[in-house]
Design a protein around this ligand. Structure first.
Ligand SMILES: Nc1ncnc2c1ncn2[C@@H]1O[C@H](COP(=O)(O)OP(=O)(O)OP(=O)(O)O)[C@@H](O)[C@H]1O
Ligand SMILES: [Mg+2]
Length: 613
């Protein structure tokens, strides 16, 4: 049964959003508005533009809800009048009034339903807009930002924080509308009998105080609960992602205990929460009854002494019930407001973060690249960290294959990251075909420089889609050609579903070497004029690796290739080696030349390389 539902749903999704490649087609149009950039404004003023973008549906929701509440407040009044009339006339001609009351009641119901629909429509659209704002911003932020933050933090900010801001900003106005209906009800009560109205109101301040007290006590507990739930989530997440480490160190028992501890803490805070609720609920529920009893008591006297009709008391009590809801909700509104403020600030922290890597005005596209690369006196440090490159100079000719060799941590990967501007250098210049990388558009730069990293990240989609990631429109022939060049085709065709095999999260169903080959094919498909392989073949069999380089050479003789590797066999594939030490290029030449001329080279090789055969 479960399977059929899943199948039905996926069939439905397939029906709608699939492109020829099998991926989900994006119907994303982006958020309708941005938050205000002015950091001085109070948080809700900054969010306002996002809500204002939905002002039509929002105003419909609020005004219909007001109409519905007005209808609702009319009902008790009509009831009083109808009952009084009937009692006075002692006749059975009630049906007209009953019909009127019914009509008003039905109208109140219908407007209520429509208003709710519009409200939810607005609320979820506001939420979607906030989420797109967040994701769009996250997509633009530079690597330096991701170096600093934890992904768990970002996930909670783009989920629960956005939800709490959305809830408050769409429901607060509605609660205010309810309060105004409460004022209306109170007005009716005053007009019917002001003394009784005041008596009825006696319990309201108590109800308010109790509500506020209850939430004051619940609020810290709910924060603690949230934090502890996040802790459990983190442990589960680590255990799922790190299951190989956990198992290889036989730490299952310890992890289970860690999880049990965290779960116990969650249970404790839930129990505390329930205790507080249990203590306050009888009060919250029975105070209103006291109000009703007081109305009955005093109203009863008035009826006995002929100052009031029985019907009035009934109507009165109906109004009283109507008043209680806003009083109880006011407290909730305050709590929601506090939480929304905290959440909004957490969201702003991300949205106010500006990307360090931005295009200069007048940036141009890098076209028809021959692939000449120049590093000129490059100085670089990560943030305020120690200097990594200190006057790095290198020139790589078009079509050359150059290996960068250096001790671990010497900055080889950093050189690669600087070339396609994952980070900006502190001084000096890096240019491709004599164009400074800071003067060209980011998209053309990254199309020009293809990087294959040592830890290839694969998406949970088919192998074909993974390879076509940079060019989703590529035909299956092109995908196969790229896979052939990366020596990946031979194992892909042996998989049960070939190119349509969906790889697990992070591609764990494949071996390290297989993943690397798919990552290489993915970059080759884009056909970048400059290729950087950063330890990209470290997990691949030496013979297969040689095949890949042969294919690369045959396929694309004009490609400039930068190889960072730890294997002598890989380094030997390069026509020239650059030796990196203490942030500068200390020597360059062929492998054999360096071996002969530079003792440091042999030393570094001895430390860092492995002799695979
Ligand atoms: N994102 C980062 N933020 C701060 N420091 C970093 C960052 N990435 C690397 N570093 C530091 O910069 C130095 C150079 O790192 P890099 O990754 O370039 O070394 P590498 O030569 O590629 O080493 P390996 O051979 O181990 O891959 C290291 O000391 C490292 O600690
Ligand atoms: Mg590295």
């Amino acid at each position: 049964m479960g399977r059929t539902i899943v199948e039905a749903i996926s069939a439905k999704i397939d029906d709608h959003d699939v492109n020829p490649l099998g991926g989900v087609r994006s119907s994303y149009r982006g958020p309708r508005a941005q938050i205000s950039k002015n950091r001085e404004l109070p948080w809700w003023r900054r969010i306002l533009p996002v809500i204002a973008a939905h002002k039509i549906s929002f105003s419909v929701a609020v005004s219909l809800s007001l109409v519905s509440l007005i209808f609702q407040t009319l009902v008790p009044r009509m009831l009083i009048k109808a009952t009084e009339d009937a009692v006075k006339r002692h006749s059975a001609s009630l049906h007209q009034e009953v019909i009127q009351i019914l009509i008003v009641g039905v109208l109140a119901g219908i407007t209520g339903v429509i208003s709710r629909q519009y409200l939810f429509y607005t609320a979820y659209n506001v939420e979607a807009d906030l989420r797109s704002l967040m994701y769009e911003h996250l997509a633009w932020l530079s690597f330096s930002f991701y170096d600093r933050v934890q992904s768990g933090q970002l996930i909670s900010r783009s989920n629960s924080d956005i939800r709490s801001v959305q809830m408050y900003s769409t429901f607060a106005p509605l609660i205010l509308v309810q309060c105004s209906a409460g004022v209306l009800a109170f007005g009716f009560m005053l007009s019917i009998n002001w003394r009784l109205a005041l008596v009825a109101m006696v319990v309201m301040p108590f109800l308010y105080v109790v509500g506020v007290r209850m939430r004051q006590m619940l609020f810290p507990i709910s924060w603690v609960t949230q934090a502890r739930l996040a802790e459990v989530a983190t442990i589960v997440d680590e255990n799922v992602n790190g299951v190989r480490v956990v198992k290889s160190f036989a730490q299952e028992e310890a992890e289970i205990n860690r999880l049990a501890d965290a779960a116990e803490k969650v249970a404790w805070s839930y129990v505390k929460d329930a205790e507080i609720r249990a203590r306050f609920t009888p009060l919250v529920q029975n105070l209103p009854q006291l109000g009703l009893a007081l109305v009955l008591l005093f109203g009863g006297y008035m009826v006995i002494y002929g100052h009031m009709s029985v019907a009035t008391i009934i109507g009165f009590n109906l109004y009283l019930l109507m008043l209680q809801a806003p009083f109880m909700m006011m407290g909730q509104l305050i709590m929601m407001g506090q939480r929304a403020k905290a959440s909004a600030e957490r969201i702003f922290e991300v949205l106010d973060e500006s990307s360090e890597i931005v295009e200069r005005p007048g940036a141009f596209d890098l076209n028809d690249v021959t692939g000449a690369i120049t590093f000129d006196n490059v100085h670089f440090a990560y943030g305020d960290g120690p200097p990594i490159l200190q006057g790095f100079n290198a020139r790589i000719e078009p079509g050359e294959t150059v290996a960068i060799v250096g001790r671990t941590g010497s900055g080889k990967s950093t050189v690669a990251r600087l070339l396609n501007r994952f980070y900006d250098i502190d001084s000096g210049s890096i240019s491709i075909d004599e164009h400074d990388v800071r003067n060209v558009t980011l998209s053309s730069l990254r199309e020009t420089v293809g990087v294959v990293l040592d830890e290839p990240f694969l998406f949970s989609v088919s192998i074909r889609e993974n390879i076509a990631y940079g060019r989703p429109s590529a035909s299956i022939e092109e995908v196969t050609a790229a896979a052939l060049a990366a020596n990946a085709d031979e194992f892909i065709v042996k998989l049960p579903e070939g190119y349509d095999t969906v790889v697990g999260e992070r591609g764990y169903t494949l071996s390290g070497g297989q993943r690397q080959r798919i990552a290489i094919a993915r970059t080759l498909l884009v056909n970048p004029p400059v290729l950087i392989l950063d330890d990209a073949t470290s997990a691949i069999d030496v013979h297969v690796e040689a095949g890949i380089y042969e294919a690369l050479r045959a396929l694309l003789s004009h490609r400039t290739t930068l190889v960072i590797a730890h294997r002598i066999s890989t380094i030997a594939l390069a026509s020239r080696v650059i030796l990196l030490e203490d942030g500068v290029a200390v020597a360059t030449g062929t492998h054999d030349e360096l071996l002969a001329s530079t003792p440091l080279y042999a030393q570094v090789l001895a430390q860092t390389t492995s002799e695979d055969r």
